[in-house]
Ligand binder design. Sequence first.
Ligand code: MCA
Length: 471
Amino acid sequence: MDRPEFLTRLLEIPPDRPALHFADTDRSTTYGELLDGGARVAGWLHERGVKPGDRVGIQLDNGLPLVLAHLGCMALGAVRVPLNRHYKAVELAPILEDATPRLVIAEDPSLFPGLDVHPEPGLGPPLRAWPSPPADVTAWLFTSGTTGRPKGAPQTFRMWTANLDSLAEAWQFDSNCRLWLMLPMFHTHGLVLGLHGTLLRGASARISAHFSPAPPPPDVTDVYGVPTFYHRWIPTMAAQPDAFRRLRLMVSGSDGLGAAVSDEAFRLTGQRVLERYGMTETVMICSNPYAGERRAGTVGLPLPGVALRISEGEVQVQGPSVFDGYHPRPDAEAFTTDGWFRTGDAGELDEAGYLRLVGRKKDLVIVGGVNVSPAEVEGVIRGVPGVADVGCCGLPDEDLGEVVVAAIVPDRAKVDGPQAEAELLAAVARAGLLLSGLKRPRQVVLVGCLPRNALGKLQRNRMAQELFGQR
Ligand code: MCA
């Protein structure tokens, strides 16, 4: 199979060009070092029986081992399955069942029973195939399904190259740029835009495992973040505005930034944070321009190559960066009968063609830029003895955008009196610990019944209003 253009371009970058600096270990790498390391990880994977097209799970914090694990898979033609570093066993189980990884690179083997787990990628004899993986799928990213079960969204190099070229055009991002990347590289935002977007342009990045509200170091030009980053940066912007004023570009995505933070950042730094919009299934859909008007409260214009329409209020998309469908559990509802991907987001286009997102048609809570399926949280709480019914929804939160809350109808045959209720709440809190932190309900109330429609479907908007006093 032909080598994908993404890899051809990567292999043509001068080897002595600076690539990634890992701030947590103070380690700088060149493109040559990264590609050599990737080739040696490919040799190591090959020695362990991994073949092109096999899936490799990667559950690591941002750092050189994570990047080499990705590059090793790319050099061999294996399919990466990035796994959320915060996920616990119950969250990983359905993903592992669907992805059937041949090998996993992760710190905690107890999360991967029965699998061949290694704490970090090893180095073997260099293997420099850099082929197109069979079926051309280079990664499976699992997204929070609204049914509660994560859905595999296969990614091809073609999707990424098309989209990253459009973004580079919209943002004038080139090899002179130096990105500050603190977003985890297991979501589209950090992995595709951050890591692959940097590599495709031969640019450089300064990478950390966790967000820090410190000012941008003087060497960086661009910053990508979720709204929580910018909210937490406001005091730093007030104290050290010059550190932000010299940036070329600040981008926010994964959730709406909100007018208050956008305006305050603008007032303090003289720069309008650029908002864009995308999904794992589509990569980026819209963006405000680098040069040209950035309209606050909008996510900008459709990127070159993206066709967008609003149908019955829903944003629908077509184009080379849109995936082919969920795998291995296809969803008949994902595309319209005439072939448009249904985002599940409600939107409107203004007179200049800028998209404004006005709500969600899907059941999703976005916590710190992370999509959380309330159905998944309900599934865990429903297993607690004494719970007759449970509903979860999102409530606004200044720092994280939204947080998950839960309302529980106790089984009154088992839960009678304050003592039993306290025990039930304690058991629910313990069950919450089975989930990664951002999914855990921040507030749990006991109620007599949940608002459901005639078909028995939970009405989460009514829940937020009637049970949690949300206006
Ligand atoms: C942290 N936790 C998580 C995640 N991050 N759980 C699930 N998924 C995560 N990504 C858990 C931790 O284990 C911890 O649990 C608790 O949440 C608090 O974590 P901590 O790191 O202390 O939180 P923080 O320092 O307050 O950080 C919040 C944050 C961070 C800065 C908002 O979560 C973050 O970097 N978010 C970015 C997410 C992102 O990249 N989103 C893009 C996906 P415990 O309490 O047990 O210790 S959306 C996307 O890719 C689309 C396509 C797009 O358009 O961008």
